[in-house]
Design a protein around this ligand. Structure first.
Ligand code: ADP
Ligand code: 5GP
Length: 186
């Protein structure tokens, strides 16, 4: 049976990180750790949320063909490290938590990847979550809300849409999607 490559996307602040942490807790899936040039937020640990690397190192990795995909998002680079993911896929189902452009790039090189988009119940709730997370300036929040419209415009390209209203329900819905997909692999 082939291990699954699962891609989770959705607007900033919708709860992707929170959902992914819950999925990982079950011990059933492995998480890909991306590289980024952005600075760590309070509580983020190098090698756990991201590999926090310099722009120079990022450019070197691009030149070396070290990414499955990469993108410049909100002024910083983010990329999925190829060796890291290939190694994990040998033993586990792997979750990538990446934005839409990167996700669609992976779908072209890995057509078997399963694309799941997480959406908020509504825009006001998304804003409340971004404000509540206390990690962005007002300007960044506006930029992230604008970006939501673009992401939602691509929802048709995704295999599944999951609304993150109640967290436990959203996590359960995703687990059910993964179980169904695994059954099809047998
Ligand atoms: P993302 O990774 O998509 O940017 P986060 O996981 O950082 O989003 O979540 C943004 C904020 O929303 C966090 O403060 C988180 O605790 C909160 N949050 C996540 N899911 C829910 C939910 N279902 N209901 C209410 N708040 C949530
Ligand atoms: P944040 O700065 O809030 O952690 O992430 C910003 C955005 O970058 C999120 O939408 C997240 O999904 C996306 N992202 C994280 N890692 C990667 C990656 O490796 N590649 C791409 N394309 N996007 C990523």
């Amino acid at each position: 049976m082939r291990n699954l490559l699962l891609i989770i996307s959705g607007p900033s602040g919708v709860g992707k990180g929170t959902i992914v942490k819950e999925l990982i807790k079950s011990g059933k899936y492995s998480l890909s750790v991306s590289c980024t040039t952005r600075s760590p937020r309070a509580g983020e640990v190098d090698g756990r949320e991201y590999f926090f690397i310099t722009r120079e190192k990022f450019m070197q990795m691009i030149a070396d063909g070290g990414f499955i995909e990469y993108n410049n998002h909100f002024g910083n680079y983010y990329g999925t490290p190829k060796g890291f993911v290939d190694e994990k896929l040998k033993t586990d189902d792997v979750i990538l938590e990446i934005e839409v452009n990167g996700a669609l790039k992976v779908k072209t090189t890995h057509p078997e990847a399963i694309l799941i988009m997480i959406l908020p119940p509504d825009r006001d709730e998304l804003r409340a979550r971004l404000v509540g997370r206390n990690s962005e300036s007002e300007e960044n929040i506006e930029e992230r809300l604008k970006r939501m419209d673009y992401e939602v415009s691509l929802e048709d390209k995704y295999d599944y849409i999951v609304i993150n209203d109640d967290l436990a329900t959203a996590v359960k819905n995703i687990e059910e999607i993964i179980e169904r997909e695994k059954e099809q692999e047998i």
